[in-house]
Design a protein around this ligand. Structure first.
Ligand code: COA
Length: 335
């Protein structure tokens, strides 16, 4: 996929936030019939963070992650032109991004939500980069935030063990082409398999007596784990190869593999299929579980804090999940 690139895109800063409250596998095994050993062996997850308490939402985490990113570069929020919030668990179905805009006081920014589950951050980053490359906007805040603890069925052991809450933010800026950091991308959707992983609207069985209008509500994540696993392991490597081929970069040139943190077996299987050394995998799924749209910016932010990612490193970022959606971005790190 060729894009009209008049300008480059720079990553200026990242930030992340997770709730204070952690939930261990042992604690989950008191709620459903499971064990620490089963969860670790199948997923690599040891614990996850959950947003507890009343009236808390993705906004609390998203605002904190955004302020941390702004603080890192001492940027005034009024400089931001656009905010894109990737989330599947908004606190307002009409859109939650405007609440971030108001709370961080980014009053010059347009703000909207983007829903693509665990691929949300990848799609939001590429959407942001299109606005920057065409010269429409100069500075964009991209946020990935999800609180799937509010949407899992806590009596379903096949899904409730997987997810955690969190938020990650990234500030992108237009720059001269020479300084461009987003070297390429590759995106995909296959709606035929949307039922593999969904959080669907469920209609009540009765309608309004006069209007014949049926109403309902969204209810619980449902997942066909085996099919999602097969999809990720077969399709993500292909997306990565297509992305790298499009910009003539070889697998061996890659310094880091930053995949959506779904589970450690998927991350390792994708790396093995591409013959990428496991040491190059950025992984924090053990601490946070699958935080959906937050997982990539959260892992990116942590890897930067830990000093893993160095000047001139090439990072392959891939998101995958419900939709089904999946895609890859190639980043050239320049601090
Ligand atoms: N604890 C203990 N046993 C469990 C369990 C749990 N939390 N969840 C399921 N089981 C049981 C099942 O009931 C089944 O028992 P049975 O053989 O008596 O029927 C057995 O374990 C095997 O279940 P299965 O679903 O085949 O396990 P699996 O090896 O496929 O692992 C997942 C399940 C969910 C870990 C795995 O399919 C997976 O990782 N899929 C991808 C999910 C994902 O990442 N989704 C998000 C993508 S964005």
């Amino acid at each position: 996929m060729k894009s009209l690139m008049m300008q480059g895109v720079q990553i200026l800063a990242t930030g992340s936030a997770v709730p204070d409250s952690s939930l261990s596998n042992e604690e989950i095994s008191q709620i459903v019939e499971t064990s620490n050993n089963w969860i670790i062996t199948r997923t690599g997850i040891e614990e996850r963070r959950v947003l507890t308490g009343a009236n808390k939402s993705i906004i609390d985490l998203a605002v904190l992650a955004s302020l941390k990113a702004l603080d890192k570069i001492s940027m005034n929020a009024s400089e931001i032109d656009l905010i894109i919030l990737a989330t599947s668990s908004p606190n307002d179905l009409f859109g939650s991004a405007s609440q971030i805009q108001a709370q961080i006081k980014a009053y010059n920014a347009v703000a909207f939500d983007l829903t693509a589950a665990c691929s949300g951050f990848v799609l939001a980053m590429i959407t942001a980069s299109q606005f920057l490359q065409t010269g429409t906007y100069k500075k964009v805040l991209v946020v990935g935030a999800d609180v799937l603890s509010k949407w899992v069925d806590w009596s379903d052991r096949s899904t409730c063990i997987l997810f955690g809450d969190g938020a990650g933010a990234m500030i992108l800026q237009a720059c001269v082409k020479l300084d461009n950091q987003i070297l390429g991308f590759q995106l995909n959707t296959n709606g035929n398999y949307c039922n593999h992983l969904s959080l669907s609207y469920k209609e009540d069985s009765y309608s309004h007596s006069i209007l014949n209008i049926y109403q309902g509500s969204f209810k619980y994540i449902s997942m066909n784990g085996k099919d999602v696993y097969k999809f990720a392991v077969s399709q993500v490597p292909l997306s990565i190869l297509k992305c790298l081929n499009s910009v003539n970069i070889a697998i061996d040139d890659i310094d880091w593999l930053l995949l959506h943190q779904a589970n450690h077996r998927i991350l390792k299987a994708v790396a093995d299929k591409l013959s990428i050394d496991n040491k190059k995998i950025i992984m924090n799924v053990n601490k946070y579980g699958n935080t959906s749209a937050a997982s990539i910016p959260l892992a990116f932010d942590e890897a930067l804090k830990e000093g893993k990612i160095l000047q001139n490193d090439l990072i392959v970022i891939s998101g995958f999940g419900a939709g089904l959606t999946w895609g890859t971005i190639l980043v050239h790190w320049k601090s």
